[in-house]
Design a protein around this ligand. Structure first.
Ligand SMILES: [Zn+2]
Ligand SMILES: [Zn+2]
Length: 273
């Protein structure tokens, strides 16, 4: 660019180059970067068909907590149009049903989804957040055929230091993106007790105890959630222990039903989220 180009023009040219680079980037698949994304998709998800099938394979999951189930447990993988089986449950949910009714997630928490989530959460790259939220949105539309959608969304609360560091609560961002299509209201229900110990240093039993005293419903929330169908929104579900504690509190406060939605679900049960 010549040195005598006026500064405002330089800014515009630089911006349009950046925009051009972004558009070019969007014309290739987010995973293989080789093929163009599917163009017949309404939401323009930047993945080609092969990568989408590879990264987001259809799996049989526990209806309650979305834990992936062995192939043998549910027969063949259900087709897009088939009703989901509410009797398909993992061992833990069969043993002790959580207070939430059902869980929907876009995919499994492993590469590349885990990488995209970190990119979104830690580097605040909303393109990856958008991609995953669109896929969650599609999964919700598919799985709620014949079921009522929730009235109110509650983002799983984030520790204040993490929110300060990241500048945002990624779960609240996801809920905001879903609101125009799901038509729910967003409600900030919980106060977090920050004096509680960090979960990472605790064993499973201590974590459960620690979690129970960690979240408190805010004053005057009861009247807003009584008789309502709620959904807890999170980025990743690991053991679902946090969701179990939060949904228990919401149901005890008079909610009619609580569901759980997340971008991804891990099939490991040995660590806490
Ligand atoms: Zn691809
Ligand atoms: Zn389960």
């Amino acid at each position: 660019m010549p040195h005598d180009t006026p500064s405002y023009l330089r800014t515009i040219l630089n911006k349009s180059r950046l925009l051009g680079a972004n558009l070019l980037q969007r014309q290739s698949c987010r995973y293989c970067q080789l093929h163009p994304p599917e163009t017949d998709l309404e939401d323009q998800i930047p993945l080609c068909r092969q990568c989408r099938e590879l990264v987001f394979p259809r799996r049989n999951r526990c209806y309650r907590c979305a834990l992936p189930l062995p192939e043998s447990s549910g027969g063949s993988i259900r087709e897009l149009t088939q009703e989901l089986d509410s009797t398909l449950l993992c061992g833990e949910c069969q043993h002790k049903a959580p207070a939430f009714t059902r869980t929907v997630c876009a995919g499994d928490y492993r590469t590349p989804i885990s990488h995209w989530i970190n990119n979104f959460k830690l580097r605040r790259d909303v393109r990856d957040g958008y991609l995953l939220t669109q896929l969650l949105n599609e999964e919700v539309a598919r799985q709620y055929t014949g079921d009522a959608l929730p009235h109110i969304a509650i983002a799983v609360p984030l520790h204040w230091s993490k929110r300060l560091y990241r500048g945002f609560n990624q779960s609240a961002w996801i809920a905001q993106q879903l609101a125009p299509s799901v038509h729910f209201e967003l409600l900030d229900c919980f106060r977090k007790d920050y004096s509680r110990r960090d979960q990472k240093q605790l064993n499973r039993q201590q974590r459960q105890r620690n979690l129970r005293g960690k979240f408190h419903l805010k004053a005057n929330i009861r009247s807003q959630i009584q008789g309502k169908h709620l959904v807890l929104v999170d980025d990743v579900i690991t053991t679902s222990a946090t969701a179990r504690v939060l949904s228990q509190q919401l149901m005890s406060a008079g909610a009619a039903r609580v569901d759980l939605w997340a971008l991804a679900r891990t099939d490991k049960t040995d660590f806490q989220h």
